[in-house]
Design a protein around this ligand. Sequence first.
Ligand SMILES: C[S@@+](CC[C@H](N)C(=O)[O-])C[C@H]1O[C@@H](n2cnc3c(N)ncnc32)[C@H](O)[C@@H]1O
Length: 311
Amino acid sequence: MASPVPELAVAARCAERPVDGWARASFAYGLLDVDFVGRSAPDDDLAPSANRFRLDPDLAAVLLDETQPEFLGGQFSFTVGASLDYGSMVDFMRTGRPSPGRTARFHRSVEKLNAQDTALFHEQVLPQLPELEQRLSAGAEVLDVGCGDAGWLLALAGAYPQVRAVGVEFDPEWLLRARDRVRTAGLEDRITVEERDPARLDWEGRFGLVYFQDVLHELTDPAAALRSAWRAIAPGGTLLVFDWCMPSSWEGYRTQQGELLWGYQLDELFQGTSLLTRNGFERRFAEAGLADPQRLELEAGATLFLVRRGE
Ligand SMILES: C[S@@+](CC[C@H](N)C(=O)[O-])C[C@H]1O[C@@H](n2cnc3c(N)ncnc32)[C@H](O)[C@@H]1O
């Protein structure tokens, strides 16, 4: 489908002139194609024209479809959303004191970023864990530690109608957002969201799956959180940690993955947290007194650490 600029501007509730500039810039970057109307080449006064711009449907899915593991739109949202908090970056660089807090806008951009990981969980994690898949289909009870906006919980409840789940969150912005989304989805009878410290979950042997998605590396005491999560797992249940691991070699830095992750790591350092290497994660499991986790490397580049509790 090709749309002329005036139509795009109305759909986006924006003005024509900036939309025209944005469309030309997107063409320059190879994101949009153009069907010229009237003239066969760019006009030299750069005024809005009747040209029709096209976005390839596959690229549209990559940029916009949050349900697909190929979704990369969140990377753009995050890069822009996070950088709008960087007014105090100079201060951080000078003093080493992390930024005191993040904005609601930052939270929204993280939600977009993490949507890809939720899609990856369904597309690349579960197919490797048929036993867990069966337990979910049979209605296992699930705990999501640091559930953010409840995106993962809602997707899980949608895919497994028998599942009942609890989300734990400590950030007030995300607590409100998660509860609101669960209410709007009409799933309050299956998903509850509680304010709790991950290091003091206070459940004993209750859950068939305890899950951490992009959370463990942010916690002040990850070993305590793992210990507490382990206690909450029912016999036969599974502890899963999904995260993105920093490369542990200089050669690894100079890869596309290394480049991407160092970009995120600068933001983590700015807010006083840090991504971990694979060894760093494994050390947290050892500190928690847990068995060495099984490690699954996902095609997308993320890593999964897994420990099963005996029956
Ligand atoms: C990147 S978000 C991931 C959210 C969610 N798991 C997802 O995948 O959408 C990181 C999560 O870690 C939580 N978190 C960060 N620091 C924490 C702390 N010190 N104690 C408890 N939770 C924390 C945040 O509140 C947030 O829910």
